[in-house]
Design a protein around this ligand. Sequence first.
Ligand SMILES: Cc1cc2nc3c(=O)[nH]c(=O)nc-3n(C[C@H](O)[C@H](O)[C@H](O)COP(=O)(O)OP(=O)(O)OC[C@H]3O[C@@H](n4cnc5c(N)ncnc54)[C@H](O)[C@@H]3O)c2cc1C
Length: 420
Amino acid sequence: MARTVHIIGAGLAGLAAAVRLAPPGVSVVVHEATAHPGGRCRSFYDRAIGMTIDNGNHLVLSGNRAVREFAQAIGSAAALVGPDSADFPFVDLSSGERWTLRINDGLPWWILDRSRRVPGTRVGEYLRAGRLLRAADGATVGDVLDCSGPLYTRLLRPLLVAALNVEPPEGAASLAAAIVRETLGKGGAACRPLIARDGLSHAFIEPALTHLRERGVDIRLEHELHAIEFEGVRAARLDFGTDAVELAPDDAVIVAVPTHAAAALLPDVSTPQGYRAIANVHFRIAPPPGTPPMQGVIGGTTEWIFAFEGRLSVTISNADRLMTVSRDTLARTVWAEVASAVGSTAELPPWQVVRERRATFVATPEQNARRPGARTQWSNLFLAGDWTATGLPATLEGAARSGQRAAELVMAEASTRSAA
Ligand SMILES: Cc1cc2nc3c(=O)[nH]c(=O)nc-3n(C[C@H](O)[C@H](O)[C@H](O)COP(=O)(O)OP(=O)(O)OC[C@H]3O[C@@H](n4cnc5c(N)ncnc54)[C@H](O)[C@@H]3O)c2cc1C
């Protein structure tokens, strides 16, 4: 077993790695650059609307096994809430039509049932969409799917733009296929939406920190790694600027920082380049009675509306085009759509716009091909993060899996060494 494992970055990937390693026998130190762990999955108090909000609404699906395992391990599974069935209400703002996609458990007979599938679609279109699952490596979604018509605009685009955070025609078909395989392909039991009702930090970050500290994990905040020094095939020294850690022969390092930070620390490692933004607009207003916890919106800027206690909150993916729109214009445009979708006559409530410029790597085939695996050319240094080669787009599930995988490799490497 490695003597000390240093985990760089306390986002979900780093925390998932620490949780997997934490049980007795391993000494773990987590080094986080900022004062606030959680990375791209965190909550904060916002003075403009006077409440705690998340940096972005995060949707987890019941089929996200690594996230659920992580939540189970840190004792916070109950913080993820959602309906008992995989029902997704939608509204089309241009036609006023409303429908609920109702995905049954088991074999997908919902496709055969007009009252469950998307209005205006035919069974044959769903079968043709199955081509996505057989797409060649390097293909885009646009290469294999007809990106027009009701099935695309009313189901596939909303699902895929949210998962890939790029416009689906340019997105990597292999990543889109992985999402479809792990969600729609497994039936309703894998598609139930789960939301961190009381915030991401409450569900994932605070309980993880408590869990880790109780197990003796040392969590060092505002401790940014500046450089890694190597000796032959191993990392030998971690340079934090104000202090440094000399690595003992059996110590290991898991680098779980975002892609741009990994590229700076490890210039020899291939990393995806560039990011796409996600915008969230939060409104301080009680959702009208009957507002679903989550609603898809077609035909506007708004893509998904989430209803929380005292707040309605909107997510817009692939949002680079909105980075230059004034915050006020964006809030007003989105509120007009939200009011129409939830049936509210209220004037613009107190609002906040949160635009995460570096939300995810660009999920095109070219950038997907640049994602490295968890192993590196150095025997004691492993990679984790949603941008590593998880086979999934940049999601909490990908981040959690990558952290768990890196932890398993550290443990496997240690036991190989002790057997030798
Ligand atoms: C607005 C938004 C909405 C999203 N919606 C969803 C969703 O609905 N569903 C979903 O599954 N996913 C969603 N995601 C994606 C999800 O948040 C990410 O995939 C996940 O949080 C990435 O975790 P990570 O640990 O890989 O990286 P990060 O969260 O980026 O964590 C990396 C950590 O490393 C730290 N760090 C960086 N450099 C250093 C250094 N040199 N030394 C020490 N520490 C360092 C950072 O401060 C950070 O805390 C969304 C993301 C955003 C931004």
